[in-house]
Design a protein around this ligand. Sequence first.
Ligand code: FEO
Length: 394
Amino acid sequence: MKAVEIRPDIFWVGAIDWNNRDFHGYSIKKGTTYNAYLVRDEKTVLFDTVRRGFKSDLLHHLHQVTKPEQIDYLVVNHVELDHSGCLPEMIDLIKPEKIFCSPMGQKALLEHFHRPDWPLVVVKSGDELKLGRRTVRFLETRMLHWPDSMFSYIPEEKLLISSDAFGQHWATSQRFADEVDSRELLAHAAKYYGNILLPYSPLVQKLLAQVKADGLEIEMIAPDHGLIWRDDPGLILGAYDRWSRQESRKKAVIIYDSMWHSTEKMARAVESGLQREGIKDIQLVHARKNHRSDIMTEVLDARAVIVGSATLNNNLMPAMADVLTYMRGLRPKGKVGAAFGSYGWSGEAVKQLNAYLEEMGIEMAGEGVRIKNVPNHDSLKDCVELGKAVARAM
Ligand code: FEO
């Protein structure tokens, strides 16, 4: 890979992680990138670094455009280790005059690296840094998605360096969004939103409103992961508006785990009930056969979330507890739902499923259906009715 000039004298110098398949529990089937950007001006600035283990890629790209020791400043837009893992080594090498970070970034850097000797300079929203011909304007974006997160905006280039926001986990040799298949790109961006930013949707709405109110002109968005939005940043800004409003489609997701296929039969009967009430877009998702992060991507734009589990040793099936614990943390809003499950003797699962759904504020379409051991045509009618009730609530 080579450094890529994304604007005159502004370069992508990051690293591509082709082989990573697990990002702290988020499945990344096509790898990821750790983007870093270098601006060459009277002062030369490096925005973020890369994950530990990728320093040689960063250095290889930097050497194509400058000598590392000629970098004057570092900007730490985000302290999470996929962007700061090789920061200590880079600081030792570069010996920057100043390292700019947000107030919470300063705390996080000290707590991560314990180096009070680093020349940290705290910047707040609206603060500007003159580089020569260009300016960097900082914008704190607390909890998007960490307390320290911030954006760097270069008005002369109408360029927003957006940290994790607007990113995607997708390793490609292309660097720009308009060079790849747009459907696949948006699917990766949706998965990223649904698994990383969803809990902070009200803050995303606030941020988008602020960008509009400030009249921030954005021609290019350069995130810390994946492709750079060059020709039409409106595409991803519009998608973020929809996702952060938690707009849903008339789509139902049935997530279940089964021991001896009884709960699976119930899932199919619920599907039948949904279909009978005119719902066409239904996804049946086996919790043990699909990754939690893919399930969450399906949930992102679904109006209904219906969950089923057999009872195992007085509990939910473990894969259902995994998915629901993960989902609860991501705080989906505006959903309707219901629960079902088969059992042998005690049958606690449906009660536990209901508790998860209620805790997430999901509007319940019924009390749930339990069937002892193996269902038959008659008992499955209750599941069909449950599907119909959910469809009406959608
Ligand atoms: Fe890509 Fe929050 O780190």
